[in-house]
Design a protein around this ligand. Structure first.
Ligand SMILES: C[S@@+](CC[C@H](N)C(=O)[O-])C[C@H]1O[C@@H](n2cnc3c(N)ncnc32)[C@H](O)[C@@H]1O
Length: 215
């Protein structure tokens, strides 16, 4: 994504912090490009759980994908920021609502994304969320997850430290709780379809992986 577009996206957000964060995040994180690659041939609606500022939705729109996107997050400040960006950019088919994903999920039939939020859930909550999300994936659709994986690597230790820092600086409302293992994803999701797990840390020191369930 060009510097011109990231600068324009940043200008849509009301807060000074977000206007610095948005271009830096879009520039440095391989996440949004990787999700684009997974969804670019689909026209199914997308449910984005823990959408934050709605960066995935904005990235996909700016990259030419036009399916409807519904983002949910329990941080009202971020939902307000995402809604402001939609108004400023006059985007169509993007909706953002305040919702705690621990309280269940709305009806949906399409693709689902869960990006960098599972660490805030305990093991039972993770399993419930993953199953609810998988049930909402249409045949031919995908559940695309990014998560730090719990393992013995130095990357895993840095991942935990980064999430603790996000809590201490109040960027996140909650500190990290539990990180799933690769085996957890296989155990919970493989009855729904094919599960694929690949590293997705790009230039970062984090132990991030992309987990894709194809129904
Ligand atoms: C690290 S951010 C990722 C934001 C976004 N998915 C992205 O990748 O750009 C994690 C997000 O999950 C949200 N979150 C954490 N627990 C949640 C819950 N129980 N329900 C809804 N959102 C939650 C946080 O408010 C935060 O916006």
């Amino acid at each position: 994504m060009s510097e011109l577009i990231t600068a324009r996206l940043a200008s849509y957000f009301p807060g000074r912090w977000d206007r610095h964060y948005v271009p830096a995040k879009l520039r440095s994180d391989p996440l949004y490009g990787a999700v684009y690659d997974e969804l670019r041939t689909s026209d199914l609606p997308l449910l984005d759980l823990g959408c934050g500022l709605g960066l995935l939705a904005l990235y996909l729109r700016e990259s030419g994908l036009h399916f409807p996107i519904h983002g949910l997050d329990y941080d009202q400040r971020k939902i307000d920021g995402a809604r402001c960006a939609v108004t400023q950019g006059a985007y169509k088919g993007l909706r953002f609502d305040h919702h705690d994903a621990r309280l269940g999920l709305p009806e949906h039939f399409g693709n689902v994304t869960i990006l960098d939020i599972l660490q805030f859930f305990d093991p039972a909550e993770q399993e419930t969320l993953l199953k609810l999300a998988a049930e909402r994936v249409a045949p031919g659709g995908k559940l695309v997850i990014r998560s730090g994986l719990r393992d013995q690597s130095w990357r895993f230790k840095i991942t935990v430290a980064g999430d603790v820092l996000a809590k201490v600086t109040n960027w996140m409302k909650a500190g990290p709780g539990h990180y799933p293992t690769a085996e957890d994803f296989q155990r919970i999701l493989s009855s729904f379809g094919k599960v694929r797990i690949t590293p997705l840390w790009g230039g970062t020191p984090f132990n991030n992986h992309l987990v894709v369930l194809e129904r």
